[in-house]
Design a binder for this molecule. Sequence first.
Ligand code: PLP
Length: 293
Amino acid sequence: MAQRFALMIVPADVSDPREDYSGTFTEVDVQAPALSVGEFSSQRGDGVFESIGVVDGHPNEVEAHVQRLAHSAQLCDLPEPNLVQWRQAVAVAAARIPDGEGVVKLILSRGVEHGPAPTAWAMASPAPDHSAVRRTGVRVVTLDRGYDLGAAERAPWLLLGAKTLSYAVNMAALREAHRRGADDAVFVTRDGFVLEAPTASLIIRRGDEFLTPAPSGGILHGTTQLSVFEHLESRGLRTGYATLTSSDLATADAAWLVSSVRLAVAITAVDGAPLASDPALTDELNAFLLSPR
Ligand code: PLP
């Protein structure tokens, strides 16, 4: 049985030419305190993170994840991460989950007040068993995100395209979905466009085309959505980014929420109305997503 594992990282400068950063990693006891009470990650949620799916010790889509970490850091004016160091940290952490499904989480925080540098760490743990939800799918409700589609461009300080540690709103949306008798939520802009789920990207099938909301609308560019599109394209299917309304979701021929650890789950109902699903394609997508990428 794989154990939880944590590694504190002394973040290296982006211009550091080293090839081996093992000297900057310190394994810490996951049960023991490791962060200062002055940490801005815990005080303000001021930092960025990534969650990487691991299958039998292999971390999937590492490059897309570390590149998105760098993009989130840039949006938050954090020092540019040294990606050679982060790739090595991912490899060290993933090796600690040699069997079954797991997750490696990377965290880059603003650090402590007057501290010398940002704080960085990586964690590895076995993933929850998502096999049932991959079969049954999820019922979603649409929830107002409170801003319009132009907000991301108009107000970059909202950090809408960054994967920041401030997930309190995302978790509140999931609780609201549960209160409404659903399993998950899809955020909708004030002007009626669907965005993403609190922890997953949305893909719909309309006819023979697979569509996802464009990341320019202030959503995360999902690494799983990118992988799924590559897979669909390799089968000769059409994919694209689009501005999709709530009614595009409600009238889709099928729809999925996709993310790095839960992988692909079919949406079976939207706001209480059943939605068609395609179990064979869902199985195919998950078999692909569980293979080394
Ligand atoms: N959108 C949000 C808000 C997320 O939190 C996540 C993943 O956690 C995703 C989309 C999907 O991203 P990925 O496929 O890279 O896991």
